[in-house]
Design a protein around this ligand. Structure first.
Ligand code: C2E
Ligand code: CA
Ligand code: CA
Length: 576
């Protein structure tokens, strides 16, 4: 018995003298050991924490989960056999960037999870932590340690430092990876719902990412709506871990966010970059992650891309595109082409859709998809969109033989998500109608289904206001945005444009006919007219006729053409 007491005393002395914080949690998650260094690191005295649940106030992981939460797991498997990075919370609320080595002993009810924890800053030679004084609140100076004040995540500087250290430590290629997450269309939320709202969204996102702390070595806010995760893995699994993390993040963001009582749908574009051969330092690795992220954005967002060399050129290209788009607007390099919209029953054209083109001085006619995403990202879509509206409405009045209301036909103009998120679009539309004298009902504004889903609350308000002005509204690319017709019923729309991907399958796959038939049936029941997009064959047109589709557009009737070529063929019936 005396032997046992002596042995125990010796253990306690050793643990007390340990330069790292040492703590032990029993099978029920209650703290049973807490050394003086732990008092210093966390600001809680031994007396205050012994007997309390670790996940309670003590040892609350800043990133949702502490290395000690998982008392049932096998820590050697879960945490590896070395030091792992975690973010824990000091008593006073500051984030502690910590390294922990956790192990378990015993089985079942006798099982304990023990761990050594040390502060990363301290290791790097920053100011050592001061001891806690009894039960009083912290004396530990942790302010200014590079924490983002909004989300409480580590900030950009701290991430860069940690990255530089990881690169220096694990120089072997493939041992370090970075994942850069950029929220898709966050600017729309910020612009439409206000910055306070946007801040709440960022905090909520940070919290969800925090829940994945165990899957990255450091998670930080890079600034704006960008978040970063670091993976250092000397066994060369950094890339694999980064991709797994990106997948988890994607799943975590998929659940709608409830912000001030309204649901916000979010997704992120993620770029992953590795310390491959030839990558020189933290700045280059981050630039590569950014280039990969932009590639993910170009794929329409909600995607993960790993950096590859050709992306460097692409990101340069993006910048030059943005630069020269400014010039394009000033120098009148933008132009509109028009594609007829025809009645399925008679094949007579009843209107046109305006589609933008860029007459680039070196690259020739650049299609919309190549530059509209850049214009949206940079905000240039606002002046460009206003120009499109003005030019299209002007054109409809300019075409000869269209002086009386009946033969005027209608003009369809595409609006981007960003335009719909900004209430000023209503005034812009009113001004254009007033200036051109075009009757409001002759103008149809098209908004993609995904833009509506982006931020349903505020687009609804804008759409209602536009409806008051008297214009027609259409949902574009219907079927690609995962919404349901019953959900869209609340939007005051007049028309549904079924995405080309469904039309091109008509006559090829029997299900597509059933899908299109169901869409048309439901749309009609809701009083909406249906346009089939991208009709290319007579076979497709015949199926659409049998399904009682109202209108159609596509190469079968005409490719989009300049205004001068439309004038002769429009509004004459097009036979198919
Ligand atoms: P969208 O509104 O869905 O326009 C239809 C696109 O499909 C057009 O591409 C058109 O040229 C193409 N198309 C039409 N019929 C057929 C067909 O039978 N087969 C095939 N394969 N394609 C067909 P475009 O002009 O390159 O425009 C692409 C997208 O860019 C548009 O998709 C629209 O979302 C956007 N866009 C175009 N103009 C503007 C604009 O002025 N403002 C905004 N915000 N977006 C625009
Ligand atoms: Ca369209
Ligand atoms: Ca479309």
């Amino acid at each position: 018995m005396a032997e046992l007491t002596r042995w125990r005393d010796r253990c306690i002395r050793l643990i007390s003298a340990c330069p790292d914080a040492f703590l032990e949690v029993d099978a029920a998650g209650v703290i049973i050991e807490w050394n003086p260094r732990a008092e210093v690191l966390f600001g809680w005295s031994r007396d205050e924490v012994i007997g309390r649940p670790a996940g309670d106030t003590v040892l609350r992981a800043r990133l949702g989960r502490s290395p000690f939460d998982d008392a049932d797991g096998d820590h050697r498997d879960a945490w590896g056999d070395g030091w792992r990075r975690f973010q824990l919370e000091h008593r006073a609320g500051q984030t502690i960037d910590a390294e922990a080595m956790v192990f378990s002993t015993g089985y079942g009810a006798t099982r304990c999870v023990s761990g050594f924890v040390r502060c990363v800053e301290e290791l790097d030679g920053a100011k050592p932590l001061e001891p806690a004084t009894g039960t009083t609140a912290t004396t530990v100076e942790l302010s200014g340690l590079g924490t983002d004040p909004l989300t409480r995540l580590p900030d950009r500087r701290r991430f860069k430092d940690a990255l530089a250290r990881s690169l220096a430590e694990g120089a072997s290629p493939g041992s370090v990876a970075v994942a850069l997450l950029d929220l898709d269309r966050f600017k729309v939320i910020n612009n439409s719902m206000g910055h306070d709202h946007g801040d709440l969204v960022l905090v909520a996102v940070a919290d969800r990412l925090s829940g994945m702390a165990g899957h990255a070595d450091l998670i930080a806010r890079f600034g704006g709506d960008e978040f970063l995760a670091l993976f250092a893995d000397r066994h060369g699994y950094a890339h694999r871990r980064a991709l797994a993390f990106a997948e988890r993040a994607r799943a975590a963001l998929r659940e709608p966010f409830l912000i001030n009582g309204s649901e916000v749908f979010l997704s992120a574009s993620t770029g992953v970059a590795l310390n491959a051969f030839g990558v020189d330092g933290a700045p280059e690795l981050l630039a590569n992650a950014e280039a990969a992220m932009y590639r993910a954005k170009r794929r329409g967002g909600q995607a993960v891309e790993t950096f590859q060399e050709p992306m460097r050129i692409e990101s340069l290209d993006r910048m030059t595109t943005e630069h020269s788009l400014h010039r394009a607007l000033d120098q009148r390099e933008l132009t509109l082409h028009y594609q007829p919209v025809v009645e399925v029953g008679s094949s007579a054209a009843v209107g046109v859709e305006a589609l933008i083109r860029w007459r680039h001085p070196h690259q020739g006619l650049v299609p919309a998809n190549r530059f509209i995403p850049v214009a949206e990202e940079s905000g240039l879509i606002m002046p460009i969109g206003a120009w499109v509206l003005q030019e299209a409405c002007d054109q409809l009045r300019r075409w000869p033989g269209r002086k009386d209301r009946r033969s005027l036909g209608s003009m369809e103009v595409n609006l981007s998500a960003r335009q719909v998120a900004d209430k000023r679009i209503v005034a812009t539309v009113e001004e254009v109608l007033a200036r051109t004298g075009l009757p409001a009902e002759r103008l149809t504004l098209e908004i993609t289904e995904s833009a509506l889903m982006d931020d349903a609350g505020s687009s609804l308000e804008v759409l209602r206001a536009l409806k008051q002005v008297g214009v027609q509204l259409a949902i574009d690319d219907f079927g690609t945005g995962y919404s349901s017709l019953s959900y869209l019923q609340q939007f005051p729309v007049d028309m549904l444009k079924v995405d080309r991907s469904f039309i091109e399958q008509l006559g090829v796959r029997s299900e597509s006919e059933e899908i299109v038939s169901a869409i048309i049936g439901l749309a009609h029941a809701l009083g909406l007219r249906v346009v089939a997009e991208g009709v290319e064959t007579v076979g497709q047109l015949e199926i659409l006729r049998s399904l009682r589709c109202d209108l159609a557009q596509g190469f079968l009737f005409s490719v989009p053409r300049p205004a001068s070529e439309i004038a002769t063929s429009f509004p004459l019936p097009i036979s198919a």
